[in-house]
Design a protein around this ligand. Structure first.
Ligand code: ADP
Ligand code: ZN
Length: 434
């Protein structure tokens, strides 16, 4: 194995030292970008004596990135840039991130470390079902899988029939896939007489780019007959590979030699108690083209400080609960879509897709949960349907404190997206801001 894998096993002391020296360099380099040239003018290298001195720096937000388009955050001459990516724009205007050749190398190494950490080797056939193009999932995973020496299939997203055919033909052993799309693949297999345990050769499915619950993971593990691991990233931090689960499956190891993490209370912007839940804030330590300091990811998680039984002392983040901007307020209750998913995925009769719609009914908020049922449920069995509906209402109410309206649908009734699933539509006349 090449050296870079060993960084995963730095001791805590080594990680802290590497981070502190890299942070000082990162700040000095960042000042070459127009945005940080302005905002960091007052910060001198001597101001950063310990890692907690990072709090002297201002935060960077998505709005800053938008205002800085196209080159306000570029810290190297354009001639050194070899690639750009867009964030997929789930929450508004897309922003660009630039990379030098060396940025691409260490990014691939980060992803490769995570894949090797769950047992991927050069013997594997890696089918990459993430979208290729401006989205970071395609190329980000592709180069890492090649770096490991996997036979890499650049399948991209969509065309389920061909995906399953490729998996059968080439005996794909590892996939990286959107969780919502994995559910569609499962559904396709069921409908077309493909038994993944018998007809496919999968040993690992990596899920990423969307929030998903532990229940969703278990379902996919059972259906596909393989281990399922969680992979987190965002285009502002290169893309996939920022944090990936290890076989212990109790948190995702951050690649802390490249990313410095903080958790803040998004309302007060102060650090949370150790181990507390809050917004993840990340700093790139080694990115030359497009350094980002104290970037507010809007993702809600917690930091796990304890060393992991796998031997890594790189800290972990817990499963992402959602984004601050995913959260919606209904009748005064704060809800993340993932809470509804947690309930639904516990119910055997629930199929592969669901959606939440918010509406106004006689001046009151209403939450409608539309759920596709599995193909095994008979729609003329009214009593069973009523039982499922009641159970969903009861359990969603227990989880969110809001009584939903529940709409039960045949498989494939909800619109399927090519990319990330859209879980929430807000049709209310007055949108409720916090
Ligand atoms: P956009 O921000 O436009 O959606 P990105 O592709 O950069 O574009 O998406 C990154 C976001 O996707 C993260 O900030 C996070 O909200 C979500 N995400 C990525 N991976 C995971 C994961 N494993 N679990 C939960 N959410 C994830
Ligand atoms: Zn571990």
């Amino acid at each position: 194995m090449t050296d870079f894998y060993q960084a995963d096993f730095f001791t805590r002391k080594q990680i802290d030292e590497v981070q502190l020296s890299a942070l000082r360099g990162a700040i000095e380099r960042a000042k070459r970008a127009p945005h940080y040239g302005r905002t960091l003018a007052e910060i001198a290298p001597g101001d950063i004596r310990s890692l907690s001195d990072i709090r002297k720096l201002p935060f960077t937000t998505k709005a800053d990135l938008r205002d800085g388009m196209p080159y306000g955050f570029l810290a190297v001459p354009k001639s050194q840039v070899v690639r750009m990516h867009y964030s997929s724009g789930t929450t508004g205007v897309a922003t660009a991130i630039y990379h030098t050749a060396d940025d691409l190398r260490w990014w691939s190494e980060c992803v490769a470390r995570g894949l090797v950490g769950v047992g991927v080797t050069s013997e594997d056939v890696f089918q990459n079902m993430m979208g290729y193009g401006l989205f970071t999932g395609g190329l980000g995973l592709h180069y890492a899988a090649e770096m490991i020496g996997c036979m890499t299939i650049p399948a991209g997203s969509g065309n389920t029939q061909r995906q399953v055919h490729l998996m059968q033909q080439f005996e794909t052993s590892v996939v990286h896939i959107l969780p919502s799309y994995a559910m569609r693949v499962v559904h396709y297999c069921r409908q077309n007489g493909v038994d993944p345990r018998r007809d496919l050769n999968l040993s690992v499915a990596m899920l990423g780019a969307e929030p998903h619950t532990e229940n969703m993971r278990r379902r996919i593990e059972e259906e596909l007959g393989c281990k399922v691991y969680n992979c987190y990233g965002l285009s502002e931090m290169c893309g996939p590979g920022v944090a990936i689960e290890c076989p212990e499956q109790s948190g995702l190891h951050l690649r802390e030699d490249h990313y410095l993490a903080e958790i803040i209370d998004p309302a007060t912007l102060e650090p949370v108690e150790p181990g507390g839940q809050g917004e993840l804030v990340l700093t790139t330590l080694n990115r030359h083209a497009n350094p980002l300091l104290r970037y507010r990811t809007r993702d809600i998680t917690a930091l796990i400080e304890e060393p992991c039984p796998c031997g890594r002392e790189m800290r972990r983040i817990s499963r992402i609960v959602g984004r601050t901007d995913d959260m919606f307020i209904v009748k005064g209750c704060n809800i993340y879509p993932i809470q509804v998913e947690r309930v639904l995925m516990e119910i055997d009769e629930v199929g592969s897709n669901y959606m939440i719609t918010l509406d106004t009914e006689r001046d009151l908020d209403e939450m409608i949960v539309s759920v596709e049922l599995s193909a095994e449920v008979f729609f003329d069995d009214v009593r069973t349907l009523e039982g499922i509906r009641r159970r969903i209402i009861r359990e969603v109410r227990a989880e969110t404190l809001v009584t939903p309206k529940v709409e039960l649908l045949q498989p494939n009734s909800l619109p399927a997206t090519e990319g990330k699933a859209i879980r929430l539509t807000d049709n209310r006349q007055i949108t409720h801001e916090e």
